[in-house]
Design a protein around this ligand. Structure first.
Ligand code: XMP
Length: 331
C-alpha cells in the first residue's frame, strides 16, 4: 500500500542521513527482525552494509540455504556466511547443562561475529533488528546506554573491551505485525516473514543432554517432518475458514530429542532407539501457551512418517502440557 511505501521512503531517508558514508555490519540470523532490518538498510545504503551469518550448525533443515538464496541470490547483498559448525561441535562436546549450553553458544556467537567485523575493517556501525517490544522487555533504554549493550536473545551482552559501534535500530518503533508487513513490502518471501520464533541457541536446546552429530541429524530430519505436516495443516485450516489468522492457528511447532532410548520392535527384531517428542502450541505472545488440539490423523501421520523416514527413531510422543507450568521449549 502507499502507506507502507511512504514509511519505507521515510525510513530510507533517515537511515541514509544517520549512516552517511560509514560501513555498517549486521548479524543476520534468518529470523524475521534481522531479515527485515537487513532488507531495509540495504535498500537505503546498498553495499555499505555487510551481513554476517554465523552458521553454528544448529539451525533447522533448509535454513542456511534459505538465507543464501534470499540475501545473496535475490537481494545481491554482501553476505559473509561463517561456517562455524565444527567450532561449535567441539565447544559443545560433553556439555549437558542447559544454561551452560546457552551461555557458551551466545558468547561464542559474538566472538565469531566481532572477528568477522574486524576482518571487514573500518566498520563503524552495527544495525540491529530491535523492535518496540524488545525495548519494553529489556528496559535497555532507561539508562540511555545505546552504544553500550546489544540485544542477544533476550539478554544484553556488553561489547568486548575496546570495541565500539554506533547502533542503528530502524525498527525500534515497530510492532511485530508491522515488521512483517514491512518485510513483505521490501520483497522478502512470506515463509521468511512468517517464520516461527526460534531460539538463538537453536536446536542445541531441543536436544536434551549432550549435542552430538548423530542427535543433531535425527532432530533436523524429524523436525522437518513436523514442520512440513503442520504447515500443511495450518494451510488447510486457512483454506477451510478463509481466515488469515487460522493460517497460523497452530503457532509454534517443532521436534525435541530427549536423552533416552526405548525398546521397540521392527519385523522380528527388537530395537533400542530414540524417541522423538512433538511439541505444538497455540499462543498469542509466548508468555502463556496451550498445547494444540491437533486431529488424531495429523498426529498419526507425523508419527508414522518420523519412524519410517528418520533412522534411529522407534517412538513418537506428543507433549500435552500448557505453559505454565511447562515452558514451550524443553531447555
Ligand atoms: P519458553 O520456552 O520460555 O519460550 O516458553 C518462549 C518463547 O521464546 C522462544 N525462545 C527463545 N527465543 N532466544 C530467542 O530468541 C532464546 O534463547 C529463546 N529461548 C526460547 C521460544 O521458542 C518461545 O517461542
Amino acid at each position: 500500500s502507499w502507506t507502507m511505501e511512504g514509511i519505507i521512503d521515510q525510513k530510507v531517508d533517515q537511515i541514509r542521513r544517520e549512516v552517511g558514508s560509514r560501513k555498517v555490519i549486521l548479524a543476520l540470523s534468518g529470523g524475521v527482525d534481522s531479515s527485515v532490518v537487513a532488507a531495509l538498510v540495504h535498500r537505503a545504503i546498498g553495499d555499505q552494509l555487510t551481513c554476517v551469518f554465523v552458521n553454528h550448525g544448529m539451525l533447522r533443515k533448509g535454513e542456511p540455504e534459505m538465507v543464501e538464496e534470499v540475501f545473496r541470490e535475490q537481494f545481491h547483498m554482501p553476505l559473509v556466511h561463517v561456517h562455524a559448525e565444527e567450532r561449535y561441535a567441539k565447544m559443545l562436546a560433553g556439555v549437558t547443562d542447559p544454561e551452560r549450553k546457552r551461555r557458551l553458544i551466545g558468547t561464542e556467537f559474538w566472538r565469531v561475529f566481532f572477528d568477522e567485523a574486524q576482518k571487514i575493517g573500518d566498520v563503524e556501525m552495527l544495525a540491529q533488528g530491535t523492535i518496540y517490544p524488545d525495548i519494553i522487555e529489556s528496559g535497555a533504554r532507561k539508562t540511555g546506554g545505546k552504544a553500550a549493550t546489544i540485544k542477544s536473545h533476550h539478554n544484553l551482552i556488553p561489547f568486548p573491551e575496546g570495541v565500539h559501534f554506533d547502533l542503528i535500530e530502524p525498527l525500534d518503533h515497530f510492532f511485530k505485525d508491522e515488521v512483517r508487513e514491512l518485510g513483505i513490502a521490501l520483497g522478502l518471501p512470506a515463509k521468511m516473514v512468517w517464520r516461527q520464533p526460534f531460539p538463538g541457541p537453536g536446536l542445541a536446546i531441543r536436544i536434551i543432554g549432550e549435542v552430538t552429530p548423530e542427535k543433531l541429524a535425527i532432530l533436523k530430519n524429524a523436525d522437518a517432518i513436523v514442520r512440513e505436516e503442520l504447515d500443511a495443516y495450518n494451510q488447510r485450516l486457512f483454506e477451510e475458514t478463509g481466515d488469515r489468522n487460522s493460517e497460523h492457528a497452530c503457532w509454534q511447532y517443532f521436534a525435541v530429542l530427549p536423552d533416552i532410548k526405548s525398546v521397540g520392535v521392527m519385523g522380528d527384531e527388537r530395537t533400542y532407539q530414540r524417541p522423538v517428542i512433538v511439541r505444538a502450541v497455540e499462543s498469542a505472545d509466548a508468555m502463556t501457551a496451550d498445547w494444540a488440539k491437533l486431529p488424531y490423523d495429523v498426529i498419526g501421520r507425523i508419527s508414522s512418517r518420523i519412524v519410517d523416514e528418520v533412522e534411529g527413531v522407534n517412538r513418537v510422543v506428543y507433549d500435552v502440557t500448557p505453559k505454565p507450568p511447562a515452558t514451550i521449549e524443553w531447555e
